[in-house]
Design a protein around this ligand. Structure first.
Ligand code: CU
Length: 287
């Protein structure tokens, strides 16, 4: 598996590879599943208001006291394009300090960009500003807190959201023709409507919750029409849990990983996703 250099030739290889696997389809309007709140850049810029919050949050059809972005788990999905200017007005209404990390984005780790040394005290605000480079690869990235000593706790309590860069991979005709579904995999532990503190062992070794969710739901159902193609864009937003993913009788065609788009699709029986990891697979609706 090699990562695509972002030029025309490799994406032609991706396109030809998909056609070779029988995954070529006439392009049609892309259907976006309404799986989360989505904030999309317009005219080369995006302005986002994001609030870190603690309180009753809807999770798996119930209410639990979680940490969240804007009262939702996962937080809103942010979508940009290469060259976009990002302005993100962040307010911290958690009962403790926090900050933001833009996982995987190629933006400066300094100033008011992806700077994990910033600390936003309880009740305060900070405006993050950065530009997505013109040559930024398309891909599935994410944001979460990254304040030293509080990362695992805050992420486990619910803080995570997708950050998507749209670009060349999205324009490969066979990929553009697929139905797109984002899936944020995240485990929680909830008892009596709240997240109990970790045991000393969990504190040291990492914590796995018994409630496994996809986009904040338990076992959501998605349908795929006969002959249709599904583009699953996966994020493991758990702090410790690994996911081994498999679809009965359906191969997964890997088209992108943390490193961005592959040069060609790669057929898999199953996919292992480590904490923080992303992957994109195509699935054909042929059964
Ligand atoms: Cu990260």
């Amino acid at each position: 598996m090699t990562t695509a250099k972002h030029d025309r030739r490799t994406f032609l290889a991706m396109s030809a590879g998909l056609v070779g696997l029988g995954l070529g389809f006439p392009a049609r309007a892309q259907t976006r599943a309404p799986d989360a709140d989505v904030l999309v850049s317009r005219g080369g810029a995006i302005e986002v208001d994001l609030e870190a919050r603690f309180g009753p949050t809807r999770l798996a059809g119930r209410s639990a006291r979680l940490f969240s972005y804007g009262g939702r788990v996962p937080g809103p999905r942010i979508e940009v394009r290469p060259g976009d200017e990002v302005t993100l007005r962040f307010s911290n209404n958690l009962p403790e300090p926090t900050n933001l990390h833009f996982h995987g984005l190629h933006v400066p780790p300094t100033g008011n960009a992806d700077n994990i040394f910033l600390e936003i005290p309880e009740g305060e605000r900070l405006t993050y500003r950065f530009k997505i480079p013109e040559n930024h690869p398309a891909g599935t990235f994410w944001y979460h807190p990254h304040l030293h000593g509080l990362v695992a706790k805050q992420v486990f309590l619910g803080m995570a959201g997708l950050f998507v860069v749209r670009g060349e991979l999205d324009e490969v005709p066979e990929v553009a023709a697929a139905r797109e579904q984002f899936a944020v995999l995240k485990d929680f532990e909830v008892a009596g409507g709240r997240v109990p503190p970790p045991s000393p062992m969990e504190f040291v070794r990492g914590r796995e919750g018994s409630l496994v969710t996809v986009n904040g739901e338990v076992e959501p159902e998605w349908s795929l029409e006969q002959g249709g193609l599904l583009r699953l864009r996966l994020l493991n937003a758990s702090t410790a849990r690994f996911y081994r993913l498999k679809l009965e009788d359906h191969p997964l065609y890997l088209i992108a990983t943390d490193g961005g788009a592959l040069a060609e699709p790669y057929e898999l029986d199953e996919l292992l996703l480590a904490p923080g990891e992303r992957a994109e697979v195509l699935v054909r609706g042929d059964r």
